[in-house]
Design a protein around this ligand. Structure first.
Ligand code: PXP
Length: 254
C-alpha cells in the first residue's frame, strides 16, 4: 500500500526572526518541540556557512531534543562535514550554497561535485547518517546521485512552485513525476521540497515513491499569524487530503 509522505518542518526562519535582533527569542529549539507535538515527522535545519539563521548551538541542542528525525542541510565543505560527524544528525542533505542568495537557488551540480561527493557521502554514511542530495529533477543529476551512493535525493520543487501559468506548472509537475520514477528505478529514495505552500502542495504530495516533504517558509509564515501548532496541523491535513483514498479511510486495516 502506498504510504503518506512524511512532513519535515524546516525551522530556519524561526532563527531568522531571532537573528534579526541577535536576541534569544524565538528559540528554534522550542519551535522544533512544538512542531513535533503538532505532528511533524521530522525537523530540518540548514546550518549555512554565514550562520545567517541557524547557529551551531541550535544544531547541538536539536540533536539532543528532537524526538522524530533531525535533517541537517549542508554545503559540501570540510567545515560542515566535520560538524555533521560530531553532531550526527539522522540525515544530511547536501545543498549548493552561495553567500548572496536569499535561499537555496538551484539543485546541486552533481556532475561538477562528483569527486567531492564520492568522498563526502560514504564519510557520513560510515557514521550512520543517511545522505540525501538536493537536485533538480533531471536524469543526469539522478544518475550522478546514484553513482556517488546517496541514499536519497530531494527533488527541487522550486520551478514547479514558481510557475505562474497552469500549463507551465503541470509541465514542471510532470518533470518531477518522471524524476521520481527514474530515481526509484535507480535505487534512490525520493524526497521533495522548496517553495511548497498550502495551495501548491496537493499534486506534489501525490508524487509516486515520495517519502519526505521539506517545507519551511510557508509554515513559519503562517505560524506568525495563527501559531505553529495550527500551521503544522493544517499542512499535515493537506498532505493527508492529497493521499490516496485507502490512506484517508479511517476504517482501513493497518
Ligand atoms: N529543501 C531544501 C534543500 C532547502 O534548501 C529549503 C530551503 O531552506 C527547503 C527545502 C525549504 O524551502 P521553503 O522554505 O521554500 O519551504
Amino acid at each position: 500500500m502506498p504510504a503518506m509522505p512524511r512532513l519535515h518542518v524546516n525551522i530556519d526562519h524561526v532563527a531568522t526572526v531571532r537573528q534579526a535582533r541577535r536576541a534569544a527569542e524565538p528559540d528554534p529549539v522550542t519551535a522544533a518541540a512544538l512542531c513535533e507535538l503538532a505532528g511533524a515527522n521530522g525537523i530540518t535545519v540548514h546550518l549555512r556557512e554565514d550562520r545567517r539563521h541557524i547557529q551551531d548551538r541550535d544544531l547541538r541542542l536539536l540533536r539532543e531534543t528532537v524526538k522524530t528525525l533531525l535533517n541537517m542541510e549542508s554545503a559540501v565543505t570540510e567545515e560542515m562535514l566535520a560538524i555533521a560527524e560530531t553532531v550526527v544528525p539522522d540525515q544530511v542533505c547536501f545543498v549548493p550554497e552561495k553567500r548572496q542568495e536569499l535561499t537555496t537557488e538551484g539543485g546541486l551540480d552533481v556532475v561538477a561535485a562528483a569527486e567531492a561527493l564520492k568522498t563526502a557521502v560514504p564519510r557520513l554514511q560510515k557514521k550512520g547518517i543517511r545522505v540525501s542530495l538536493f537536485i533538480d529533477p533531471m536524469p543526469q543529476a539522478l544518475e550522478g546521485a546514484a553513482a556517488c551512493g546517496a541514499d536519497y535525493v530531494e527533488l527541487h520543487t522550486g520551478a514547479y512552485a514558481n510557475a505562474r501559468e497552469e500549463s507551465a506548472r503541470e509541465q514542471e509537475r510532470q518533470r518531477l513525476e518522471t524524476a521520481a520514477r527514474y530515481g526509484h528505478e535507480l535505487g534512490l529514495r525520493i524526497n521533495a521540497g522548496h517553495g511548497l505552500d498550502y495551495e501548491n502542495i496537493f499534486p506534489i504530495a501525490q508524487l509516486p515513491f515520495l517519502e519526505e516533504l521539506n517545507i519551511g517558509h510557508a509554515i513559519v509564515s503562517r505560524a506568525v499569524l495563527v501559531g505553529l501548532d495550527q500551521a503544522v496541523r493544517e499542512m499535515q491535513d493537506r498532505i493527508l487530503a492529497a493521499a490516496p483514498p485507502e490512506i484517508c479511510d479511517p476504517n482501513r486495516k493497518v
